[in-house]
Write a protein that binds this ligand. Structure first.
Ligand SMILES: [Mn+2]
Length: 497
């Protein structure tokens, strides 16, 4: 992550939103503006394009939080231009000449025309990216309730009222910001205008349904992203379908909302599938969102509707299902591999919070409830995956290593624990010590040639999803312990046995 203090090297700083700015872009720019102000810098905050902000919730946001956003003068002079929620040279941003360009964005990278950039497409909002950067600089969000409220609302609107949040960092921001309840309530309840209500109604009548495969695609006129979520929530209730996608077209690309309601389809996985290579997508089991860039779509020469329907058909027709408890994999034909001995990390739960504290263990794979106890240890693997383990099992399986052998793994999210009583959240890896597996872990594994969903023994509701190139593995000592290992993880952590 680029340190936000890099901005302080410049004097005349212009922060710019995309044209037709939304709440996320406005919040992101406002927070950066406040940060610079706290460091004694006066930046200007602008947006370009032909249209002025007219949406009632955005006008109210700007008014209630005194956000200094202005339409840009033709070419504001600057030493540094800072783009938020968009990229320099992209179709949805009026180009302002600049020598030094910063880009902070959470859309798929389309442009590399910048001096410094942080582009994290896995985040639900650009607000999250800015929040994480500023807290690392010690920015005082408690003293700036206006900034906290703006950022929270940015995430709220970009994730269909928080329903499509996928990444743990988005959850951290949601849980940590103390926002102004009164202002937020007002903003939440002024999102729709009567014309937009009509947009939602019309979208519900403009669909292509495939009742054989039980899915439908709805097209909406341009509208606020969270209205897409509202439309898809309603659409999924139609009894003939188990999966729906609602989309609209903006100059930057397609914004999608995905809903699913059967065990074999996780909305988050489906959103990732349909946006693979052309955008980004993710969320929860039942609700997810995504974005497809216009540039990628144009390059494919595909009509949005045709493209989405084709991807959905591919998604629904090209996969294998494996029930771990009852499968017919030809285990003898699968080569044997053993897990390489790579140091991992462990933390006794009592090192983090006092005995009995209920806490949430948050990782890239989701949230888990645990409690601090004498006999519970948390083990963290090389990808930041973390799981609680009883101490006796831990001692049988691992041997501690000297502290100076502690590996420094780089995760895109370091696991955290959150005290459920006080709300305090800790990145606990600083407290971790290294350890090494004692014995050999043997698996039989085969490279996947088709998309595969594995229902494991330990998760009755969701499934593990594998792509061609990933591996399906079966524990040598337990043929009902079947799971998917990602291609890159397999290469790093297994060797022929
Ligand atoms: Mn955004």
């Amino acid at each position: 992550m680029l340190p936000m203090t890099k901005l302080l090297d410049f004097e005349k700083i212009v922060i710019q939103c995309h044209d037709n700015p939304d709440a996320d872009a406005i919040a992101s720019g406002f927070a950066l503006h406040a940060f610079l102000q706290s460091k004694g810098k006066e930046a200007s905050f602008v947006y370009g394009g032909r249209n002025q902000v007219t949406k009632p919730n955005l006008l109210e946001m700007i008014r209630a939080l005194s956000i200094p956003l202005r339409p840009a003068a033709a070419a504001p002079e600057n030493d540094a231009l800072v783009l938020v929620d968009c990229q320099y040279g992209a179709g949805n941003v009026t180009k302002i000449p600049a020598r030094t360009v910063f880009v902070f964005d959470h859309h798929q990278q389309e442009k590399s025309d910048f001096t410094y950039g942080v582009i994290l497409p896995y985040l639900g909002s650009c607000s999250t990216l800015i929040w994480d950067g500023l807290r690392r600089e010690g920015f005082d969000f408690a003293a700036r309730g206006d900034v906290a409220t703006a950022l929270y609302y940015g995430l709220y609107t970009d994730t269909a009222n928080l329903a499509e949040i996928g990444h743990p960092l988005d959850k951290d921001m949601r849980d940590n910001l103390r926002f102004d309840q009164t202002i937020l309530k007002k903003l939440k309840n002024s999102i729709l205008s009567f014309p937009e209500l009509r947009v939602a109604g019309t979208a519900l009548t403009d669909y292509q349904a495939d009742t054989g495969l039980r899915f439908a695609v709805f097209k909406s006129a341009p509208c606020d992203p969270n209205i897409l979520g509202f439309i898809s929530d309603l659409a999924l209730q139609v009894s003939e379908i188990d999966l729906c996608v609602v989309y609209n077209e903006t100059p930057a690309g397609l914004k999608l909302s995905v809903r699913a309601c059967v065990r074999e389809i996780m909305a988050s996985e489906c959103a990732e599938f349909i946006t693979a290579g052309v955008g980004s997508g993710g969320g929860h089991r039942e609700k997810a969102g995504g974005f497809i860039s216009q540039t990628a779509l144009t390059a494919l020469g595909a009509e949005p509707h045709v493209f989405l329907e084709q991807r959905l058909r591919d998604y629904l027709t090209n996969y294998d299902l494996v029930e771990a408890a009852n499968h017919n994999l030809d285990i003898d034909a699968m080569p044997k591999y053993i897990k390489k001995k790579i140091p991992v990390l462990f933390v006794p739960s009592l090192a983090v919070f006092p005995k009995g504290t209920p806490m949430i263990l948050r990782t890239l794979e989701g949230d888990a409830d645990i409690a601090a106890a004498d006999d519970i240890v948390v083990v963290v693997g090389i990808l930041g995956e973390a799981y609680p383990m009883k101490i006796d099992k831990f001692e049988r399986s691992y041997r501690p290593l000297p502290l100076n052998e502690k590996p420094a793994y780089a995760y895109n999210y370091s696991p955290t624990v959150r005290n459920k009583i006080t709300g305090e959240s800790l990145e606990f890896l600083a407290l971790a010590a290294p350890c090494l597996a004692r014995g050999e872990v043997c698996v039989r594994a085969a490279r996947l040639t088709r998309h595969t969903k594995v229902f494991t023994a330990w998760n009755a509701e969701g499934y593990m999803s594998g792509k061609p190139g990933d591996y399906i593995a079966v524990r040598c000592d337990d043929h009902n312990d079947v799971y998917i290992i990602r291609e890159d993880v397999f290469a790093q952590t297994y060797e022929p046995g």
